[in-house]
Each structure stands twice: as structure tokens, then as C-alpha cells.
Design a binder for this molecule. Sequence first.
Ligand SMILES: [Zn+2]
Length: 395
Amino acid sequence: MLTTHRFRLYPSKKQEEKLLWTLDQCRQTYNTLLSELQEQKVIDKAQIQGLLPDMKICDPELNKVYSKTLQYECYRLFSNLRALSQSKKNKRKVGRLRFKGKGWFKTFTYNQSGFKLINIGKRCQTLHLSKIGKIPIRCHRNVKGKIKQITIKKEVSGKWFASIIEEKNEEIKKAQIKKVIGIDLGLTDFIFDSDGMKVPNPRHLKKHTEKLVRLQRKLSKKKIGSENRNKWRIRLARQYEKLVNTRDDFLHKASRYYVNNYDAIAMEDMPIINMVHNKYLSKSILDASWGKLRQMISYKAERAGKRFMPVNYRGTTQRCSNCCKVIKKDLSMRTHKCNYCGLITSRDHNSALEIKNLMLIEIGQELSESTLVEIEALPLTRQLPSMKQEAPCES
Ligand SMILES: [Zn+2]
């Protein structure tokens, strides 16, 4: 199992120069490989890979970069190419791969070798990178498994980070499914779950977001390319970093709560909300927070041997979680009141229950002589609406 850690690096002035220099050598290597790729009529990966030794002969300075780090740029190029053709297949409008200008290249990578994490006392560690040196690093978590890859990144705020991919060979025991929960994500309440618990949108997150919106507005008025604009850009990046830290802290706690207390967790795959009256930025921040929560619950659940299941969000607000009839509600209607079975509850609670139902059906189908059935009666069969339109379901 692979786990990624992100730790902050504290390079000296001299080391930072070296890091920046390495970053730029990688950028130039990427660009050279890309220009060769664009010359090719038929893509020949081996030929592109074979360019590196020649490039080193032409420019001996390249020997001061760890060789596998340069090779990684070739890998990066082809993985970008793959992503591009994938988007084309999905009929998205895409251009071609672009050359990376200064400032658009933020990471370089050590794969499999060329690095070592060294303990020099309690909570005091250095990261040795071949051809760069020993950089102080703050590891807030123990890394005991085998390190597969380290990516060095410079954030816009000026801080340096190392993303460490660790491989652990622990056997994970699958938890028996006894407690299940459905989670609805929303605007008024960040989380509303099928057990009726709600978690409002954290206020400090809102405060940070508002500050960010103000900074962004100010930045947009500064002259492009000016020193002043750059200052504001860094200020904005720092504010964003603060927001991300606060948000992630909140999301870690929330995801931990669900993984510790439940064996199977269902969430909608893509919440829809009316964002007309909201500023673009706060929408994207909220979107990102939802995505991140899903991601955190998913990997924490996997590590704990528990189930995480994204379910089709379509229809979850409109269907009655008790009798499956469609109860039309517009966005202003916060209560679910079913005329068929008499269920009255909040709109979000009904969604959460419905999300849980969808998971129960799926798990129930997987285990026919289900242990689950002993715990909860399976809900009525639902005919899921197609992606295009919401069809009413049969009871
Ligand atoms: Zn009903």
C-alpha cells in the first residue's frame, strides 16, 4: 500500500539556490524533450529517452543534476501526453503540450533512488538528496516503510515541500460491515449524515475565504508583470496556504470521525448546488473541500479495511428515502414531506438516508447471504435515473 506524506523543507540560502537551479535544469530538459517530440512524425519514446546522454555531452552542467531526476522529465512528458490524449478521447477541448516558462515549473522528482531520510535526534531530521545535499526537513509522521519516490516542490508562497511516497506492506484486515452511514454534502451544512448529525460550514473557513476574495480583487488591479503585483501574488498565496491548512485540519477530523465510527461510508459522487449568488472563488473552495473530504475518507477507510462508496447523486434529494416516491422540491424547500408514506424530515437528512440506501443495495448485491441484512433491512429496489434526466422510480 502506498501512502504519501508532505513535509516542509528548510533549505539554507545556498541550498535554495541549488534547488532552484535544479528546477530550472529540469524545466529546460523537459522543454528540449518536448521540442524533439514535436518534430517526430511517429512518436518514438525510446528515441526521446535516448536523447538524455547526448544532451549531457553537449551541456556537461546537466551532470550536476541527479541522472534519474532528469530521466523523470521524460516520464513526465509522456504522462502529460497520455493525459492529453485521454482528454481528447473524452471529447474535451484540448490544445497541445506547452513549453514550460520560468515559474510554471514547480517540481522535480527523485524516483527509487538518490535520496535518504536521516534521523539526527528526536524529531530532527534531514533529507539527503543526491547532488544537492542534506536539507533540514520536519517530519510530523514516522516514515518506516520503503520510500519509493520523493518530489520536491516550491510553493508560490516561497516555501519548499517534499512529497514522500512510502510503501507499507501491512496486511489490512477487512472490517465486518455493521455500521453504515450516508453523508450528504451541502451549502448550509457542510455535512449532514443519515444518523442526523450535522456539521456546519466552519466559520473560520468562511473568514479566510472572504479575506482571499479581497486579496484577489486587489491583485487583479495591479499592473501585470510589476514588482508590486508579484508582492500581492505572494501575499495571496500565503493567505491561500492558511486557508488550506485550516480546512485540511477540519477535514482530517471529520473524516477520522466517520472512519472510526462506521464500517461503510457512502457519499454522493458529485453534489450539485445552486451557486448563482455565490462568488466564483468561494464556490471553487467549497468544491475543493468536498473533493478533499471524499478523498480523505476514501484513503482512511482503505487503510482501516473499511468501505467507502461514492453513489450516484442524481435523484437523492427528490426521492423519498422511505418509500422511494419522487417528491419534487425546489432549492428553497428545506423540508422533505412525503404525502405517500408520511415521512417528514429535513431535506438534507432525506438525501443522506437515500445515499445510505443506495449503498445498502449495492453492498447487499455483493453479499447475497448478507451479514448486513441482519443489521438493517434492505431498502426497496430503486430504478436509478439515467445521467441525462431524472426519471421517477417505481415503487
Ligand atoms: Zn415516502
